[in-house]
Design a protein around this ligand. Structure first.
Ligand SMILES: [Zn+2]
Length: 130
């Protein structure tokens, strides 16, 4: 989904201040700073000018970065809630007693402890994931 970045350009000796809007993909417009609008509205006006030029329609969400504003089209594909953080600790199945296998090759290939030296309770793992 397309996104638009807008940026303020200060006045020069030749021109007044302006705002550019770009998709960083070669499409760009520059408008004179609309003095009647506030900061957010002025940046939105530039983004909307680029939309009109490109024929893009939709609902634009706006957000600020350090020196630019970013606009993103909102639809049911792009708008998703931030999922809650996962619990920090992954589930670790309790191991049983020390495994009877010998260290070395036998342990490396041991299906009961998978090389850990401690019997793994696969039944508990199966029941948990069932
Ligand atoms: Zn073992």
């Amino acid at each position: 989904m397309k996104a638009i970045q807008t940026k303020y350009h200060g006045p020069t000796t030749v021109r007044g201040s302006r705002i550019s809007a770009s998709d960083l993909d070669g499409n760009r417009v520059i408008i004179s700073m609309p003095s009647e609008l506030n900061h957010d509205e002025a940046h939105r006006a530039a983004a909307e000018a680029l939309c009109r030029k490109m024929g893009w329609t939709g609902v634009l969400a706006q957000g600020g970065l350090a020196k630019t504003e970013v606009f993103v089209f909102v639809d049911h594909w792009s708008a998703k809630p931030v999922p809650e953080a996962k619990p920090k600790k992954e589930y670790q199945p309790k191991t049983g007693a020390a495994c009877g296998c010998k260290r070395g090759v036998q342990r490396d290939n041991c299906p009961n402890c998978e090389g850990t030296g401690w019997v793994i309770d696969f039944k508990a793992i199966r029941e948990r994931s069932a």
